[in-house]
Write a protein that binds this ligand. Structure first.
Ligand code: UDP
Length: 558
């Protein structure tokens, strides 16, 4: 398979080259052709099956209009040639000018898939009016590269680029000097883009009174960063590498993408477009050194989450490559995967084989309605690795709107299908005391542990799950809470497949009855639940609200 890749490659920028390395690593079977700046691009594009545009921030005109026209032009060209296009893990914007924005909207609405590496970009692209392709929030592909925690050396890394304020060079040097003396650390400058960053590093270094080094050899930079005690980083990928190597850091934000990334990982940053204050720089650095161990732990968890998201870029691409009729469907901004029960079960098999943590959720009309007012829930569902359609009304609506779902895949059916494998190790979490144990007796797989859903000591429950090393964890803590709990602890739990299941344990244990087949066939399971659990009437208002949302407001893009 031949893939054309459009991006800022081959110019010696360490960040972009890391993205390229990740793309090559994740697509070992593909022949990758990097588009250059000549007419031969036409021939390259013609001979390829797909165009991948990204990563990096290509669709912006902060640097120049020319580069925006070039990158969007490549996308337009590929579409004119009838190629499939994926915008890969890009940062989007800032894009100014009415014509530019109109052009981006028209062309991007014609690509197959857009993945974006940060939330601001996702918001910007939606604001632009791009709503036709599948759009997902992922993470920078560089997170797919392997990095390990190294023993920290007494070194401070500094990865800076040109700054708008000349005076900042001196203030920064004073802060580095102070830190180096205070903690006995040696400054090591890490130029990410030669030769510009090298010159900037020299500008700061000339003000230092302590011994320093400027790294000349860009190879092994990820390993070098993993060994630092602390990083002061302006270059986005220096901060990404520090996260991967669990190195505490201070971000210096020259562009919203840096501030956005620091917010994602919950770490401190200063605005590099303002004059630095020496005292505040020193305070920030002192605080980081004081919390060193805690920060390392947090970064370990964030890195795992971001790695899983980065992999999502390639899982989605694989779907595009392998399956012409690939699709996922948007229900009022909630994405669901259009798969059969069998296809969903094999996805779970893949997750288990892969070994890194994955989240499986079961969006139903209630969740779709709730997520209209609950942005966090919406994001969790959209970020999950597999989202099955847990509601027959969703299938009916999809047919009316002429984007038919293959079938309904209810959470409980998928759970029963996954647990048919007698060798599979699962953990059941949720329900009133005794329910999970009773359900365990009914399942055919190896239930390695259970816990009820009304616990107070969260850490104890997490530890109990971790030591049992299940392959699948089923979480039934009630809609909303279970999704938040699962995503929040996903990395920490380290379980390859974590699936939310609502009240399935109540049904499997025999405590509650599932609607008889005839109710299921007539699409009136809701009526059965209303009769058997009249207290739920309020929750059931979600169904008419869902129908109104989908059919009257008609949010489903055509
Ligand atoms: N649940 C729980 N802990 C809680 C709240 C709920 O374990 O703090 C369990 C409850 O016992 C039941 C399930 O969550 O087993 C209900 O979830 P939901 O209402 O989402 O299920 P549905 O009935 O919609 O499938």
């Amino acid at each position: 398979m031949k893939i054309a890749l459009s991006g800022y490659y081959g110019f010696g920028n360490i960040g972009d080259e890391a993205v390229l390395a990740a793309v090559r690593q994740k697509l070992p079977q593909a022949q990758i052709f990097i588009l250059g700046r000549s007419w031969s691009n036409l021939l390259t594009l013609l001979s390829c099956d797909f165009l991948l545009s990204g990563g990096g921030s290509l669709l912006q005109n902060k640097t120049s209009n020319r580069s925006f026209f070039y990158y969007i032009g490549m996308v337009a060209l590929a579409k004119l040639m009838g190629k499939k296009v994926m915008i890969l893990a890009q940062g989007f914007g800032p894009l100014t000018g009415r014509f530019n924005r109109w052009l981006a909207k028209v062309i991007l609405n014609r690509v197959e898939i857009i993945t974006l590496r940060d939330r601001q970009s996702l918001e910007q692209i939606k604001k632009l009016g791009v709503n036709k392709p599948r759009i997902e929030l992922t993470a920078d592909p560089a997170f797919c590269l392997s990095a390990s925690k190294q023993t920290a050396q007494p070194t401070i890394g500094i990865a800076i680029r040109k700054m708008a304020i000349e005076d900042n060079y001196q203030v920064l040097a004073q802060a580095i000097d102070w830190l180096a003396k205070q903690y006995n650390l040696k400054p090591l400058f890490l130029p990410f883009h030669h030769p510009e960053d090298y010159h900037v590093s020299q500008k700061v270094a000339q003000h230092l009174t302590v011994k320093y080094e400027i790294l000349n050899e860009p190879a092994k930079i990820l390993e070098t960063i993993s060994q630092l005690s602390l990083l002061i980083g302006m270059r986005l990928h220096s901060l990404i590498f520090a996260t991967m190597g669990q190195v505490p850091m201070l971000g210096l934000s020259y562009d919203p993408k840096v501030a956005g990334f620091m917010q994602t990982i919950g770490q401190p940053y200063l605005d590099a477009n303002q004059l630095f204050q020496l005292k505040s720089l020193e305070n920030q650095l002192e605080q980081i050194m004081g919390l060193h161990k805690d920060i390392q732990k947090t970064l370990g968890l964030r890195a795992m989450e971001l790695k899983a998201l980065a992999r999502q870029n390639f899982l989605i691409l694989e779907q595009l490559i392998s399956n012409a009729e690939f699709s996922n469907i948007d229900f009022a901004d909630i994405q669901v995967d259009n798969l059969t029960l069998e296809e969903s079960a094999s996805k779970v098999d893949e997750f288990i084989k892969d070994g890194s943590p994955h989240l499986i959720v079961t969006p139903n009309p209630e969740i779709i309605v709730a997520s209209q007012k609950d942005q966090e829930l919406k994001e969790i569902i959209n970020r999950a690795n597999l989202r099955v359609t847990d509601g027959i009304s969703m299938v009916v609506v999809s047919k009316i709107l002429k984007k038919p779902l293959k079938e309904r895949v209810s959470g409980i059916d998928l759970m029963l299908r996954i647990t048919e494998n007698t060798e599979r190790k699962v953990f059941l979490l949720g329900g009133a005391p005794g329910i999970a144990e009773a359900a365990a007796k009914k399942l055919k797989c190896k239930v390695v542990g259970t816990h009820d859903g009304y616990f107070e000591n969260e850490q104890e429950v997490i530890e109990k799950i971790r030591v049992m090393k299940p392959e699948v964890l089923f979480v039934g803590l009630g809609a909303g809470r279970q999704e938040r709990w699962a995503i929040h602890h996903l990395a920490e739990l380290g379980v390859p497949a974590v699936m939310t299941i609502g009240g399935s344990l109540d049904v499997i244990s025999g405590q509650k009855k599932r609607a008889p087949k005839i109710f299921q066939k007539l699409y009136i399971e809701w009526l059965y639940r209303l009769i058997t659990e009249p207290k739920r009437w309020k929750r059931q208002l979600a169904l008419p609200k869902f129908l109104w949302l989908m059919l009257i407001k008609n949010k489903l893009p055509s």
